[in-house]
Write a protein of this length. Structure first.
Length: 246
């Protein structure tokens, strides 16, 4: 299994604050990779850099064999990296389906399908994952519940048929039952061949679905390993998952 994404020795600073310090991560094709850690650890900065939203001091990022280190966000998106951002950032005054169709903006026609046909296929796909969105497709997005808005944000990213789907805090502010459902659906994305990079504070739930994980603390990778290895790491369990009962 080859690496779809390779981040090597990446450093990012905001004025005098070093947000990332020589961070290296790999995301193998067809896997779920998690970035864990407390607030202020550098998780969102890393995602912003991968997505082309900010500049870096040093290091490089290679995606699908292409160096994207200095590419702007629109070029990164066109290559197949799509992000569902923290805070959802949906178009609140548009309908559900209008939001989804905007997500398909970068789709191109292929030899087999027109752009219109691909949008139709992708709409069917996201409605399969999230039937509630089909029920609410003519509803204005700001009237959706928090969980439904998160489903819409994830689905909007899926509409572009991403090679790499980035999820930034998909469980933030959601009820436990909704979180469970969303994480189950994320596993389905992987089964269908989508590679996923997920940033989460909900470490336990994330490690249950991830293949590999990195823990960021103050801009540095302090622990990495398979999900099984990390769940058996006493220091990680105490810091992020809570002390085990004796």
């Amino acid at each position: 299994m080859s690496n779809l994404l390779e981040v090597s020795n990446l450093s990012v600073s905001y004025n005098v604050i070093e947000a990332l310090k020589n961070v290296s991560i790999n995301v193998k094709e067809g896997t779920i990779v998690a970035i864990l850690g407390a607030n202020g650890g550098g998780k969102t900065t890393l995602l912003k850099k991968i997505s082309g939203l900010i500049k870096s001091n040093k290091g490089n990022i290679v995606f699908n064999g292409i160096d994207i280190t200095k590419l702007p966000a629109e070029k990164v998106t066109q290559l197949g990296i799509l992000q569902s951002p923290e805070g959802r950032q949906i178009f609140t005054d548009l309908t559900v389906e209008e939001n989804l169709r905007i997500g398909a903006f970068t789709l191109k026609k292929t030899k087999e399908f027109s752009k219109k046909e691909r949008i139709k296929v992708n709409l069917k796909r996201v409605y399969k994952y999230f039937p509630i969105l089909e029920e609410r497709k003519t509803q204005i997005a700001k009237t959706l519940s928090g969980g439904e808005q998160q489903m819409l944000a994830i689905s909007r990213a899926l509409m572009a048929s991403p090679k790499l789907l980035i999820l930034d805090e998909p469980s933030l502010g959601l009820a436990p039952l909704i979180v469970r459902d969303i994480f189950e659906i994320i596993k389905e994305f992987k089964k269908e061949g989508t590679t996923i990079l997920i940033v989460e504070q909900n470490a336990l739930q994330t490690l249950k679905i991830a293949d590999y994980a990195y823990v960021l603390q103050l801009g540095e990778v302090i622990i990495e390993g398979t999900s099984k290895e990390l769940m058996q790491n006493p220091a990680l369990v105490e810091a992020y998952l809570g002390k085990k009962n004796k």
